[in-house]
Design a protein around this ligand. Structure first.
Ligand code: SF4
Length: 334
């Protein structure tokens, strides 16, 4: 057991320097440490399979420079109004039959408004919950009372990514502030919903920004239960379309560091997976990723994602199996 692992426990007092040291460890040592933490806190051969469905696509007033759903960019994304509840529930049933334990519904909204569309989302949450799936939503900014309504409808998790570091935030988004993200995350917590929050690498940020984003997550009073690590999907028509592809070793480093500083958290290998070979994804699992998005329609919101059956073959090749519902298990040792 190496020195870092001996000191790794769930803690909330990480410093930027400590996380930077972890991020910059020799790669194999970093992966070995992260894999050891993973084995100490989670079933070693299980991967959570979540299905993500875009329930309202495009036409978003925000200006996130990586996003093809922002109305102001000229992308190929087809705008789609809020889907009917029956359509969403039919997708959820299929996802469950295909082995998903979590169903995430995403709407390209700046914020939730107290209107008929939100009432419909509440019905969707109730319906998916009744199917026995963990229900997750990502709907933009949320007030405390809206979070409470979602919780009462049976919402298990709310996704609200930090996107990037506080320092780099204004370079990527001008229509809201980093603090807005934190406020929504706090509202979700207060309502008793679990938090899913991570970010994207490859936006032109520095290593210091990556570390800073992890520092924000790792010093929260309660760590997010899920942290998605995304590689920028370079969407034609967005301001970031010409940025270079994220190197796999950067993803591995980011995932491994997240695994070490957030031992109990589900670390999700998210956007960018389509561009990775099976071998590259195996490195990410070795580095402590234990959650993926898979979907019948092969889309991760508006970017491509590997087909579910292809994923199942990959998991079998790697000796991994889909995790049973996370909230029915108690595998954390701390
Ligand atoms: S990331 Fe979300 S908030 Fe930003 S433009 Fe896209 S849909 Fe809107």
């Amino acid at each position: 057991m190496n020195a870092i692992l001996e000191t790794v426990k769930v803690r909330h007092d990480w410093t930027k320097q400590q996380i930077e040291q972890i991020y910059n460890m020799p790669l194999l040592e970093l992966v070995y440490t992260a894999a050891s933490v993973h084995r100490a806190y989670h079933p070693k051969n299980e991967v959570q399979i979540s299905t993500l469905l875009s329930i309202k696509t495009g036409g978003c007033p925000e200006d996130c420079s990586y996003c093809g759903q922002a109305a102001r960019y000229h992308t190929d994304i087809k705008v789609q109004r809020l889907l009917p509840t029956e359509t969403v529930l039919a997708h959820a049933k299929k996802a469950k039959q295909a082995g998903s334990s979590r169903f995430c519904m995403a709407a390209a909204w700046r914020e939730v408004r107290d209107n008929k569309d939100f009432d419909r989302v509440i019905d969707m949450v109730k319906g998916v919950n009744e199917l026995g799936l963990e229900v997750c939503c990502t709907l933009g900014m949320l007030t405390e009372s809206q979070a409470l309504r979602l919780q009462q409808a049976g919402l298990y998790a709310y996704n609200h990514n930090l996107d990037t570091s506080e320092e780099f935030y204004d370079e990527i988004i001008s229509t809201r502030k980093f603090d807005n993200r934190i406020n929504t995350i706090n509202n979700v917590r207060k309502a008793g919903i679990t938090v899913c929050s991570g970010g994207i690498i490859g936006l032109g940020e520095s290593t210091s920004d990556r570390v800073s984003m992890l520092l924000t997550l790792a010093t929260m009073d309660k760590h997010p239960e899920s942290v998605p690590i995304n590689a920028l999907a370079r969407i034609k028509g967005t301001p970031l379309e010409d940025l270079p592809k994220v190197e796999v070793w950067d993803m591995v480093r980011m995932i491994a560091t997240a695994r070490i500083v957030l031992p109990e958290t589900m670390v999700r290998l998210s956007a960018g997976r389509i561009e990775m070979s099976e071998v590259e994804q195996a490195w990410c699992f070795m580095a402590g990723a234990n959650s993926i998005f898979a979907g019948e329609n092969q889309t991760l919101l508006v970017t491509a994602n590997p087909a579910l059956n292809k994923d199942m073959v990959m998991l079998e090749n790697l000796g991994l199996k889909p995790m049973i519902k996370q909230n029915q298990e108690s595998f954390c040792q701390s």
